[in-house]
Design a protein around this ligand. Structure first.
Ligand code: UDP
Ligand code: MG
Length: 329
């Protein structure tokens, strides 16, 4: 690059965003551990604890901890919105040059943070995803996870082993550019890639068994996860131009239906003109197929128009009601 850019100023080098739901027991140990590792490495940092509507005393614990730790900042949702919502809100509030996410349950190790920071700032990665090569999860989770990762790799073309790892690091530009909602936290690398951040890396990370509490996701995660993948694949391709999809499919279906109908009518006329015996057009199964194709074609086409209008009105999806904030304006 020839023109010299002014260095951008960041209040801290590293922001750690931690979504949490009922993790009161883990928080003291987690924040102490983060503090120890990052001060050893001389990194300036902030920890953003996003309380996703906990019903235990997680928020009280956060308030207590924040009294003697200036690095801690907190946001408390009014109710449970989900991990994606918590991450998205943390991303908006993060001030660091690098933003890392990690789970609150001590399954991810803070020891990985300095190396992740280095990979973003020195190796120039936009995003580095943790890879729990050796997992400490029940088999009911590890096998579906393999399948899920395979499908996501294939659909997205991103060669990651472990899309859903909670431990990830981002260049700040990435987190300010992407919007995460629904259950999309599993696909942030996919969203980032489609937003134009192509340098995506991977780092093998340590994984521990959950020390306190229980998992917050059941098996339905795989069903929702798969549906979400379909919607991001679709939305990222056609969000700005839904008519390209609906218009094409609708027109094709309509044309196929029309051609079959014309064929049937033509055949009938031909046979009648030659005084041959002909079946009535409506007596033939093919006619009903043609009819369905025409109707479906028109419907899909109209759906395309509606989608165009919706995408024009394009409001931001993420309006979460925040109940309280700590050390945040
Ligand atoms: N989590 C959250 N909101 C939710 C569900 C989970 O903030 O609705 C947090 C949870 O507290 C933890 C992280 O997301 O910090 C990962 O959840 P969990 O450990 O239950 O998932 P697993 O490790 O079983 O995939
Ligand atoms: Mg966990």
């Amino acid at each position: 690059m020839s023109s010299k850019r002014l260095p951008q100023h960041f209040p801290v080098e590293l922001s750690i965003v931690i979504p949490l739901l009922n993790e009161a027991e883990s928080l003291p140990e987690l924040t102490r551990w983060i503090h120890r590792v990052l001060t050893q490495h001389g990194l300036t940092y902030e920890v953003l604890l996003i309380d996703d509507g906990s019903t235990d005393d997680s928020w009280e614990v956060i308030e207590d901890l924040a009294q003697d730790d200036v690095h801690l900042r907190g946001i408390r949702f009014n109710r449970n919105y989900g991990k994606s919502a918590a991450l998205d809100t943390g991303f908006r509030a993060a001030q660091g040059r690098v933003v890392c996410t990690m789970d609150a349950d001590l399954q991810d190790s803070p020891e990985e943070l300095p190396e992740l920071y280095r990979m973003i700032t020195q190796d120039g990665y936009d995003l580095v995803s943790g890879w729990k090569k050796k997992r400490f999860d029940p088999i009911s989770k590890t096998i579906p996870t393999k399948l899920f990762n395979g499908v996501t790799r294939w659909l997205s073309g991103i060669q990651l082993h472990d899309f859903n790892c909670g431990l990830k690091a981002y260049n700040h530009r990435v987190v300010k550019a992407v919007e995460v909602y629904g259950e999309m936290h599993r696909y942030i690398p996919v969203i980032a890639k489609w937003a134009g951040f192509r340098k995506i890396g991977e780092k093998v990370v340590q994984h521990q068994e959950r020390k306190y509490g229980t998992t917050k996701f059941g098996l339905e995660r795989f069903v929702y996860g798969f549906l979400d993948l379909l919607s991001i694949t679709f939305v990222s391709r056609f969000r700005k131009r839904p008519m390209h999809f609906f218009g094409t499919v609708g027109t094709l279906s309509f044309l196929v239906g029309m051609l079959i109908t014309l064929w049937l009518v033509g055949e009938k006329l031909y046979l009648a003109a030659h005084n041959l015996k002909a079946r009535s057009v409506t007596d033939q199964p093919l006619f009903f197929l043609a009819l369905v194709a025409v109707i479906v074609g028109v419907q899909v086409f109209v759906a395309g128009f509606l989608a165009e209008m919706v995408s024009l009105s394009g409001s931001r999806k993420n309006q979460y009601l925040i109940r309280e904030k700590l050390n945040l304006s």
